[in-house]
Design a protein around this ligand. Structure first.
Ligand SMILES: C[S@@+](CC[C@H](N)C(=O)[O-])C[C@H]1O[C@@H](n2cnc3c(N)ncnc32)[C@H](O)[C@@H]1O
Length: 242
């Protein structure tokens, strides 16, 4: 993992305010509030656990959240208060029909190939109990398409220099970026990442193809209707019967 790990953590955490995380946690708590299926809910690609720790502490998912993460540093530096397993998203270490729910924030499921996304979503479906729920957060395809090239350079609070260049290929629906972090001691961390952004119709089809029924689509954390200018795209889906 050249991008996820130290580079991702040191360059992303400074931008994740308490306020942002609190809003995301409130959205997730609300999404699972009416879930009547008992059992654990997994945070897929939990990172350092900013959602999992809070959701496991109180609210409808209290005591039920398990994190799943491949990066050892994220797990080592994670917030206290929730159990986590080190595993690959593409091969989930859960028994068939054992989970009440799953969620993935920040496009965490869409960092692989289209074929792998199909396999991965089928894996999530395999692990869910009947009536189990999945919530996925990403960014609308249209948002990337409207501004396909981006670059920035900024100084982080600890004095590191963060530089990033990205380009969205609207035909392939893939945003490819390189990120470089020059630490205050001169150490350089750099990596490349690609994220797949699906137009909503394609995402809906992907979910249905992999065994889910779409329950809702929101364009923001206040449950706004999605539009071409939405900042977020959050979908709620349930394991389809039969
Ligand atoms: C975009 S980050 C989101 C982290 C967290 N969900 C959040 O919102 O703060 C994606 C996470 O997925 C993890 N990840 C990347 N590839 C993975 C894989 N193959 N299996 C499990 N986790 C993976 C990364 O290490 C990273 O923590």
């Amino acid at each position: 993992m050249s991008f996820f790990g130290e580079l991702y953590l040191r360059s992303t955490l400074p931008f994740l305010s308490e306020e942002t995380t609190a809003k995301e946690v409130a959205y997730l708590a609300r999404s699972f509030e009416e879930l009547r299926v008992p059992g654990p809910v997994v945070d897929l690609g939990c990172g350092h656990g900013r959602h999992a720790a809070r959701l496991n502490a109180r609210g409808p998912l209290a005591g039920r959240v398990v994190g799943l993460e491949l990066d050892p540093l994220s797990l080592q530096e994670r917030l206290p208060g929730f159990a986590a397993v080190r595993a690959d998203l593409r091969s989930l270490p859960f028994r068939t029909g054992s989970l009440a729910g799953a969620y993935a924030w920040y496009s965490s499921l869409f960092i692989f190939s289209d074929e792998e996304h199909v396999a991965l979503l089928r894996e999530v479906a395999r692990c869910l109990k009947p009536g189990g729920r999945m919530v996925l957060h990403t960014v609308p395809y249209e948002r990337l398409a409207s501004q396909p090239e981006a670059s920035f350079s900024t100084r982080l609070p600890d004095g590191s220099l963060l530089e990033e260049k990205s380009r969205f290929d609207a035909v392939r629906g893939r945003d490819e970026a390189t990120r470089k972090l020059t630490r205050p001691d001169g150490r350089v961390l750099s990596g490349h990442y690609a994220i797949r952004y699906y137009p909503l119709a394609d995402l809906t089809q992907l979910l249905e193809f992999t065994g889910f029924s779409l329950r809702w689509v929101h364009g923001g954390l206040e449950q706004e209707k999605p539009s071409g200018t939405s900042t977020d795209l959050v979908v709620g889906a349930e394991l389809r019967h039969g």
